[in-house]
Design a protein around this ligand. Structure first.
Ligand SMILES: O=C(O)CCC(=O)C(=O)O
Length: 323
């Protein structure tokens, strides 16, 4: 097993979380709390991941264009645990079907950090359970605010490592400080099969030399800003997984013009949220239940939506501008 250095800038023990950690997050856009989640909690989350993948917590769908990626449910349920979860890259919104996953939204270390770096009032709106078994692809460079727009740039991910995450099994990579300009860089539907079907950011003023791998031991939590450019590479190991539960949060003061919200952009506000700290200034709106748990395609059979390389994408943009 690779030795992971926890004695490096941006890494803190639980009891060290304070102004220095908050300052590192503000400057660099991320921070790591090691030993944040206990071995018993990791085991609970791993066991729950198996139950979710076996669809014992409820059936989950993969989009019909990607159905070939998954064995039929009846077959999945007959497989040994290790083999059953091997088919999964990621499950979206596991907290919508699992009370265990829902409970971890308000993990004490998460609440401690986020109330320092976001606001005393924090709400969660999304969870993703990455299994990322050996051979599964990574996620191309992106910023999470491309997908979950806040109005005050408060989006933050809390990425709980359920395995040691290292370069070889597809740990996170970040571009420190890239959140600072507060710009959402363009994205295109890349055709790079190292990555899944989510779009890739480009034309940002950083190079791969600016990127750092965030190698962390199981039990660490990586916190990262919604404007931080980040990616993960494929799991190139021949067995095992790189499991992580990543939950997303924002200030409760901001509206959330996201899916499930209706009406003018200025007042759109997804209310399928879970308060994890403080008070909700919009409690009078009530809580909605709009998101459903689902299986995220790995894109192993292609993405089915006209993927292109960057050169062709630029040509397409030029052609569209001329038309
Ligand atoms: O865990 C990964 O591989 C990618 C996670 C990610 O990109 C995210 O949570 O936004």
């Amino acid at each position: 097993m690779k030795t992971i250095d926890i004695d490096q800038p941006g890494f803190f023990a639980k009891h060290q979380v304070g102004d220095e950690a908050a300052g590192f997050y503000a400057a660099q856009g991320y921070l790591v709390v090691h030993d944040a989640v206990s071995p018993a909690e990791i085991q609970e989350l791993r066991d729950e991941a198996v139950a979710i993948c076996r669809q014992e917590r409820g059936e989950m769908k993969i989009h019909e264009t990607h159905e070939q990626e998954m064995p039929p449910l009846e077959e999945l349920r007959t497989l040994p645990d290790d083999e059953a979860i091997r088919h999964f890259l990621c499950i979206h919104f596991p907290h919508k079907i699992s009370s265990v996953m829902q409970g971890y939204l308000a993990h004490p270390v998460v609440v401690d950090v986020l109330t320092r770096v976001i606001s005393p009032n924090v709400k969660a709106m999304q969870s993703m359970l990455f299994v990322k078994s050996a051979g599964k692809p990574g996620q191309a460079w992106h910023q999470d605010e491309d997908y979950i727009p806040t109005r005050d740039r408060s989006l933050a991910g809390a990425w709980i490592a359920l395995d040691d995450a290292v370069i070889e099994n597809g740990c996170l990579w970040v571009i420190p400080g890239s959140q600072r300009p507060g710009i959402l860089w363009p994205q295109y539907p890349h055709d790079d099969r190292k990555y899944d079907c989510a779009q890739m950011s480009y034309d940002f003023p950083y190079s791969d030399a600016d990127a750092v791998p965030v190698e962390v031991p199981a039990g660490a939590i990586v916190f990262f800003n919604g404007y931080l450019l980040h990616k993960s590479e494929p799991n190139t190991q021949t067995s095992g997984y790189r499991r992580a539960l990543v939950n997303h949060y924002m200030s409760a003061e901001s509206l959330l013009p996201w899916h499930g919200s209706t009406g003018p952009a200025a007042t759109a506000d997804t209310r399928d949220i879970v308060m994890v700290a403080g008070t909700d200034p919009y409690a009078w709106k009530g809580i909605a239940d709009t998101a459903t748990a689902g299986i995220r395609p790995a894109g192993e059979g292609g993405c089915g939506d006209g993927r292109v390389d960057l050169y062709t994408h630029r040509q397409n943009l030029e052609d569209a501008a001329k038309a």
